[in-house]
Design a protein around this ligand. Structure first.
Ligand code: ZN
Length: 291
């Protein structure tokens, strides 16, 4: 299944993209007599156990009035209120090299916060002193089950789905102390979406093309096969430290082609647009604007 969120006067609504259009899940649930509202937070917070019920709702919703035209909708962030936001640094060998770093021997984990969440097509405001802004196309992972000390072999069973992410970064802030935190947590610096594609449709997350375009020019062009630590290895590793739960998201690292690795470096500025496309997950486009 392909899930989206979209804006309404009632906040973000959940939709399922089908051949008939986008099913308005809340309206379909009401029509089917489901007592409780089915919100994006409820679905991502419950995770995998909800999927079968959602699938059944799509199957049983025949009324054409329950389906919307995707072109008429304003997307919300694919996961509007994630729990934890984990990111993996230097997870592609060529990107580590262009960053002047040795390939890490263990996953380099860092975090973002919910203030970084932004929707597809949403403008990203840049403050005047954010002068070294860079893009990072990434495969995003949405957790669907609670795991602690999970094995690499079992890790993918806990994945709800996948989405495009752009791990926007301000390099001066990222490098000026020993912590990357400041450069990674600027407002709206993690747009994601437009779809969460459920894991059953992505049997091998380590064989997906991953691309990024700046103002239409191809800048990043790689494959998730080039990850140093696979999605399963990252989940297993993180779960030795912390309990991972439904609604947690992981941005699994960016391939080469970022501005940091170029000479000369022409940083992102207001008016620029970056587009991320991981194979099968649609396209995530965002424009930078003056704050
Ligand atoms: Zn990143």
């Amino acid at each position: 299944m392909r899930l989206i969120t979209y804006q309404s006067s009632d906040g973000f609504q959940l939709g399922v993209v089908t051949e008939r259009g986008v099913l308005d899940v809340a309206a379909a649930a009401r029509a089917a007599g489901v007592p409780r509202a089915i919100t994006p937070d409820a679905v991502f917070g419950r995770g995998l156990p909800v999927l079968e019920r959602l699938r059944a709702l799509v199957e049983s919703s025949a009324d054409a009035a329950l389906y919307l035209d995707e072109a008429d909708l304003t997307y919300g962030p694919a996961v509007p209120n994630p729990g934890k936001i984990l990111c993996v640094g230097l997870n592609y060998a060529k990107h580590a090299a262009e960053s002047g770093a040795a390939p890490p021997e263990e996953p380099v984990l860092f975090s973002k916060f919910n203030n970084t969440i932004a929707a597809p097509n949403e403008d990203i405001p840049l403050q005047a002193d954010w002068t070294t802004v860079d893009y990072e196309s990434e495969l995003g992972v949405v957790m669907g089950a609670t795991v602690r000390n999970v094995s690499v072999d079992d890790a993918l069973d806990a994945v709800f789905g996948y989405c495009n992410m752009n791990d926007l970064s301000e390099r001066n802030f990222q490098m000026k102390s020993g912590q990357w935190l400041l450069g990674k947590t600027l407002d709206k610096f993690l747009p994601l979406g437009p779809y969460v594609v459920t894991a059953d449709e992505i049997p091998d997350p380590q064989n997906l093309s991953i691309k990024g375009w700046l103002n239409g020019e191809l800048r990043q062009d790689s494959n998730t096969a080039d990850m140093i630590f696979s999605v399963a290895e990252v989940i297993a590793y993180a779960s030795r430290i912390m309990t991972l739960e439904p609604g947690d998201i992981i941005s699994s690292g960016t391939p080469e082609g970022v501005i940091l690795g170029m000479e000369p470096r022409v940083w992102l500025k207001p008016g620029d647009e970056y587009v991320v496309e991981v194979e099968g997950l649609g396209k995530l486009a965002n424009r930078l604007v003056e704050a």
